[in-house]
Design a protein around this ligand. Structure first.
Ligand code: HEM
Length: 408
């Protein structure tokens, strides 16, 4: 990492021993929670001035809640990432955001999500069949948590199965570019992906216009969407939405599954609790989301000067909304640094809040519930062989390697 540390900008806090905290230090990268109590107790408005552009971080539960609800002040208009981007698709404020969200809504109703139970269960069993026919040791990311959501989202979008590996690679590149110090290095691959999606979109539009029968998938939905004036929606917006679905529906769910397996196996008694009592599965999933959010936080853009806790955030600033720290706020969660499978935490921030609340939350929960149910049933002897490695982007949290064994 080439970025420098940031600081707590207030006079009162200037000499605090931890004033060099930043999300880019080796310590914070290895364990993002290492800085949470400092941010919550001492530095609720942090400025990371070593990044270009510099950004502020809000961490307390109440501040995170207020920022996510106050979309007039904390706008999404210039993107959810650390850099300013052009508004497109749903990466913006209402009314455009509402327009695209409404188009997608019918695919994410409880009934639509429940219809995924059967294909998700089938796929999960197929993956486990493959693992059980192997030597005993496997990688919980490569062999299990990665193929599950990517196959499901590719299917929903209508991308051919033969392109899955390529598709996953593109998704990783999009996320890597968002968090990188040198995002331009990823441009050629991003353009390759856009060209791929664009050709699928155009082909589907032509089929719709020609009256040819088309599959019922999200590509058809977006290709056929029209503005109030009856025109097809602008291509950059449709591509942005497709892209967001690809990225949103993919690595995040993989990370939820890997993080959950990791924490359960880290303390074998926790895993045994799940093996003995499957009614704990839902609570364990919510606790994993609270404790290890796959998205540690996302950005907003201030439309006016904000004064908070004695600090000033200028208008036009990037603000990192730190869901992960808010989830460890002791004023909401007693013993916040304890992973408790029986806690069943409500109102954690890991899917965001307000108008941008994650559209895919029920899908992610369903996939993870099935994944864990099948694992405990078919691999009760599962054990951890190491902590593996974290995924690279600083604002995401999951394991890209997680060695495990299903044999004692
Ligand atoms: C554990 C898995 C997941 C996590 C942690 C997660 C996290 C999030 C978060 C934090 C947001 C809020 C963005 C913001 O406030 O700016 C969001 C939005 C979104 N997510 Fe997810 N997500 C997950 C799974 C999914 C899945 C499976 C899908 C699709 C199938 C999906 C699609 C979306 C979409 C479309 C939005 C944008 C909603 C809007 O702006 O109105 N997500 N997600």
């Amino acid at each position: 990492m080439t970025w420098h540390a940031g600081s707590c900008i207030g006079r009162r806090m200037r000499h605090h021993r931890s004033m060099n905290w930043s999300p880019f230090t080796d310590e914070a990268m290895a364990d993002p929670a290492s800085g949470h109590q400092y941010l919550l107790d001492t530095c609720p408005v942090h400025c990371c001035d070593g990044f270009d552009p510099p950004f502020f971080t809000l961490s307390r539960y109440e501040d995170v809640q207020t920022a996510l609800r106050d979309i007039e002040t904390y706008s999404s208009h210039f993107g959810q990432g650390p850099r300013f981007t052009e508004p497109a698709g749903m990466l913006c404020d209402p009314p455009q955001h509402t327009f695209y969200r409404k188009i997608l809504q019918s695919w994410f109703t409880p009934k639509a999500v429940e219809a995924l139970r059967e294909p998700v269960t089938r796929l999960t069993h197929e993956l486990v069949d493959g693992i059980l026919s192997g030597p005993g040791e496997f990688d919980a990311h490569d062999d299990f948590a990665f193929p599950l959501p990517v196959t499901i989202i590719a299917d929903l979008l209508g991308v051919p199965k033969s392109d899955l590996e390529q598709f996953k690679h593109w998704s990783d590149i999009q996320v890597a570019a968002m968090g990188s110090a040198k995002p331009e290095q990823y441009l050629p691959i991003q353009q390759e992906f856009m060209a791929y999606m664009h050709s699928h979109l155009m082909q589907r539009r032509k089929q719709i216009a020609d009256g040819v029968s088309v599959p019922e998938d999200l590509l058809t939905l977006l290709a056929g969407a029209r503005t109030e004036e009856g025109e097809f929606t602008p291509e950059p917006d449709s591509l942005s939405v497709l892209n967001q679905l690809l990225v949103g529906g993919n690595e995040t769910t993989t990370s939820l599954v890997t993080n959950l397996i990791w924490r359960l196996l880290e303390v074998p008694e926790r895993w045994q609790m799940i093996v003995d009592d499957p009614s704990l599965i839902r609570s364990a999933i919510e606790e994993s989301l609270r404790y290890d959010p796959p998205v540690l936080g996302l950005y907003r853009n201030t439309t006016r000067e904000v004064r908070l806790h004695g600090e000033v955030i200028p208008s036009g600033s990037k603000v990192f909304i730190n869901y992960a720290a808010a989830n460890r706020d002791a004023s909401v969660y007693p013993n916040p640094d304890e992973f408790d499978v029986t806690r069943n935490p409500q109102r954690h921030m890991s899917f965001g809040l307000g108008v941008h609340f994650c559209l895919g939350a029920p899908t992610a929960r369903l996939e993870t519930e099935i994944a864990l149910s099948v694992l405990r049933e078919r691999m009760p002897e599962l054990r951890l062989l190491g902590a593996g490695e974290r995924i690279a982007p600083f604002f995401l949290w999951g394991r890209r390697k997680l060695p495990v064994s299903w044999k004692r």
